[in-house]
Design a protein around this ligand. Structure first.
Ligand SMILES: Nc1nc2c(c(=O)[nH]1)N=C([C@H](O)[C@H](O)COP(=O)(O)OP(=O)(O)OP(=O)(O)O)CN2
Length: 175
């Protein structure tokens, strides 16, 4: 079984309300790396010609476009963060650049949302590939890996169905 792994870098900022009295309670930024690991849904032997699961470009193009165009340089907030009220009332033009997670935008929540999102893209591309693991390096010393079903770990009851992470589009929130 082959695994194709693709890594992309993006800048982001967030704050964690659960750590309000510490340094993570104020908005701060990271340059993060996300790696998705993809496998063929129906693995086959190499064909003796191209010898590829699928060309790299075809496998990663849509995902990397979303990371580059929609995730890079976002502010990431909990759906319960009062800063959302500020942006709604004072700077609505920036709402499109705010990625909203159900609860704090921890690296765990982001990894599960990313797993769901990349899976929607792969399904739309025909479903020949599936994502088996998402890894986010938040800092050089902190990394989170997610594998499995994001539905089982993401509390989506405060979001419309389907929430942004389950739609194969550019969305990063449901504001
Ligand atoms: N389980 C989690 N814990 C924490 C998360 C998280 O996403 N999941 N995030 C943070 C903050 O974002 C913080 O900015 C990063 O963590 P921290 O350990 O403070 O990072 P450092 O670079 O300071 O790490 P050191 O190697 O200890 O210097 C906090 N917790």
């Amino acid at each position: 079984m082959f695994t194709l792994a693709f890594t992309r870098r993006y800048s982001m900022s967030h704050r964690l309300l659960s750590l309000y009295n510490g340094p993570c309670g104020v908005p701060h930024g990271h340059n993060e790396l996300v790696t998705v690991r993809l496998q063929a849904r129906h693995p086959e032997p190499l064909d003796g010609q191209a010898n590829m699961v699928t060309p790299f470009h075809a496998a990663k193009k849509r995902w990397h476009a979303w990371i580059d165009e929609r995730v890079d340089h976002t502010l990431q907030l909990s759906d319960q963060d009062p800063l959302l009220t500020y942006f709604r009332e004072q700077e609505p033009s920036l709402l499109d650049r705010i990625l909203v997670t159900p609860g704090d935008p921890s690296t765990e929540a982001l990894a599960a949302c990313f797993m769901a999102k990349v899976s929607t893209f792969l399904a739309e591309q025909g479903g020949d590939l599936r994502c088996v693991e998402v890894t986010i390096e938040e800092t050089p010393t902190n990394t989170v890996t997610f594998e499995g079903d994001p539905d089982l770990v993401l509390p989506a009851d405060r979001f419309p169905e389907p929430p942004w992470w389950k739609r194969p589009d550019g969305s990063i929130n449901d504001l």
